[in-house]
Design a protein around this ligand. Structure first.
Ligand SMILES: Cc1ncc(COP(=O)(O)O)c(C=O)c1O
Length: 257
C-alpha cells in the first residue's frame, strides 16, 4: 500500500482512506512526505494519526524521508516515529544523500530500523550487492558531516524555482496546479488540455501528451499514469532557472500553437 496525496480537500480523511484499503493481508504502509510526485508535505497531526492507525493494526511503516530537508514556505517536516511513538517499534526510516546533496547517481542511502530488521536487511543486501563503493561512502560522509550551508542555498534556489514553476504553469490555459510544499516536483492536472489536437495529433491521455511534449517541444516530463494518476503530469524543477523557464515556455507555446 502506498500513500500519496494531491491535497484534495474533498478527500475523506487520510485514516479513513487507509482503513478502507486495509485487508487481513495488509503488512506494511509505504509513507513518503515530502512526496514524489506531488510535492505534498503532510502536517504533523495527520502523520501522527497515520502512525497511530498503523500501530493499532500491527502494520509496519516504511517511511521514506529522502526529501526531509526540502520543505518550503510554512510547511514543516515531521518524522512519523517522532510524532507517533506507538508506531516506532514497527517503523523503518529510509533516507539518502541523493536529494539533499544533489548526489543522485552516487547510490548511497541508509535505513534506520529495529535491530532484527536491520540485521535481516544486512544479510539480504550482502547477498544482492557487494557494498557501496568506498569513494561514494567517503563522499557521503563528507556531505553529512561537512558545512551545511550548501543545503540552505539549494533549498533557497529550489523554492525560487518552485514559485516560478507554479506561477508560469498556472498561467497556461488548461493546466491546474496544486502548490507543492516540498521535494522538487510540481504535479499539475493537464485534464483541461486533453481531447485537443496538439501539433497535428489528437491527445486524449497524459501518456500521449508527454510523448508529444518530448517529440515536439523536446521537454521531458513524467505522465501521471506512471504514478497511477492519469490526467496529471510530473515536472521536476531540479534544474537551472533558465532551463526551467525555457521548458515551461516551450510547453506553453506547444499547447497554444
Ligand atoms: C521518494 C524517493 N525515495 C527515494 C529515491 C531514491 O533516490 P536514490 O536512489 O537516488 O538514492 C527517490 C528518487 O527519485 C525518491 O523520489
Amino acid at each position: 500500500m502506498t500513500l500519496s496525496t494531491t491535497k484534495d480537500t474533498n478527500f475523506q480523511t487520510t485514516v479513513e482512506q487507509l482503513e478502507a484499503h486495509r485487508t487481513a493481508r495488509t503488512k506494511a504502509l509505504v509513507f513518503v512526505s515530502p512526496s514524489n510526485p506531488t510535492g505534498a508535505v503532510y502536517p504533523a497531526d495527520e502523520i501522527a494519526a497515520i502512525g497511530e492507525w498503523a500501530a493499532a493494526h500491527g502494520i509496519w511503516v516504511i517511511t521514506d524521508e529522502i526529501y526531509r530537508q526540502l520543505v518550503y514556505g510554512d510547511a514543516t517536516f515531521s518524522s512519523l516515529p517522532e510524532v507517533a511513538p506507538a508506531a516506532a517499534e514497527r517503523t523503518i526510516i529510509t533516507d539518502g544523500v541523493a536529494k539533499t546533496y544533489a548526489m543522485t547517481g552516487w547510490r548511497v542511502g541508509w535505513a534506520v530500523a529495529p535491530l532484527a530488521i536491520a540485521k535481516g536487511m544486512g544479510k539480504l543486501q550482502s547477498q544482492i550487492t557487494s557494498n557501496v563503493c568506498n569513494v561514494a561512502q567517503a563522499a557521503a560522509l563528507a556531505a553529512l558531516t561537512g558545512p551545511q550551508d550548501a543545503v540552505v542555498d539549494m533549498r533557497t534556489a529550489f523554492d525560487r524555482r518552485r514559485r516560478y514553476a507554479v506561477d508560469a504553469l498556472s498561467a497556461i490555459d488548461g493546466i491546474a496546479v496544486v502548490e507543492p510544499e516540498g521535494a522538487f516536483y510540481v504535479f499539475p492536472s493537464f485534464e483541461g488540455v486533453l481531447g485537443r489536437d496538439i501539433a497535428g495529433r489528437r491527445v486524449d491521455t497524459t501518456l500521449e501528451l508527454t510523448e508529444v511534449l518530448l517529440e515536439e517541444a523536446k521537454v521531458a516530463v513524467v505522465p501521471g499514469e506512471a504514478f497511477g494518476s492519469p490526467g496529471y503530469v510530473r515536472l521536476s524543477y531540479a534544474l537551472g532557472d533558465d532551463d526551467l523557464a525555457e521548458g515551461i515556455a516551450r510547453i506553453a507555446e506547444l499547447l497554444t500553437r
